[in-house]
Design a protein around this ligand. Structure first.
Ligand code: GLY
Length: 199
């Protein structure tokens, strides 16, 4: 039930570190733009020029998307649980391609693209962010466990494979329940994923 998020950054090398700093060193949850950058620099984050983020392959995808109206996503997430049952989830995105300038997706919106609550579970999502925001998707999954006595696995299926799929909300989610059980659902063709445990 602690949270930190940033959006609208242009030159912080590892925005996920800035999100953690917001959680650990500010009374706030969500900082954006210049204020977020200034906060990150004040807390020792490395900065890089915009060219650091340029990637020819992704640029070509962007150009293709302009003509073909193809939507692609570029999100990475992780969920972890320790031996005391403390659950953490983190999500970082570069994009949905061909979005409008100023658009913010689901990733930094707590409860949409990222959520963790001890005793319930932790979740990180990838996909078409607007759908994950409208459905408050990761919290929607947690809430079914909290108030509806569903397992995290059942709840993940309900939200990803029924609710979002019926709306055309492409995407997926990774999660851990309160006992460390792995939950993975995606309604897209593929979602690279993996897990590791003590064995
Ligand atoms: N899920 C990533 C985004 O929509 O920005």
């Amino acid at each position: 039930m602690q949270a930190g998020a940033v959006a609208g950054l242009t030159n912080i090398k590892n925005p996920i570190d800035a999100a953690i700093a917001v959680m650990e060193h500010s009374p706030h949850v969500f900082l954006i733009g210049k204020g977020a950058e200034e906060f990150a620099v004040t807390h020792g984050m490395d900065t890089v020029p915009q060219s650091y983020f340029f990637n020819e392959y992704r640029y070509q995808e962007h150009l293709e998307g302009l003509s073909e109206d193809k939507t692609k996503f570029g999100t990475v997430g992780a969920v972890a649980i320790d031996r005391n049952g403390n659950i953490a989830a983190g999500t970082s995105t570069g994009r949905m391609n061909n979005k409008r300038f100023g658009r913010v997706g689901d990733v930094p919106v707590i409860g949409a693209g990222t959520y963790a609550e001890n005793g319930i579970g932790g979740l990180s999502a990838t996909g078409h962010g607007e759908y994950f925001i409208r459905n408050v998707a990761t919290y929607d999954i947690a809430a079914q466990v909290k108030y509806g006595n569903e397992t995290l696995d059942e709840a993940g299926y309900n939200t990803l494979m029924k609710k979002l799929k019926s709306q055309g909300g492409d995407g997926g989610v990774i999660g851990l329940d309160s006992q460390g059980g792995v939950v993975i659902y995606f309604n897209t063709v593929a979602m690279p994923r993996g897990y590791i445990n003590s064995k």
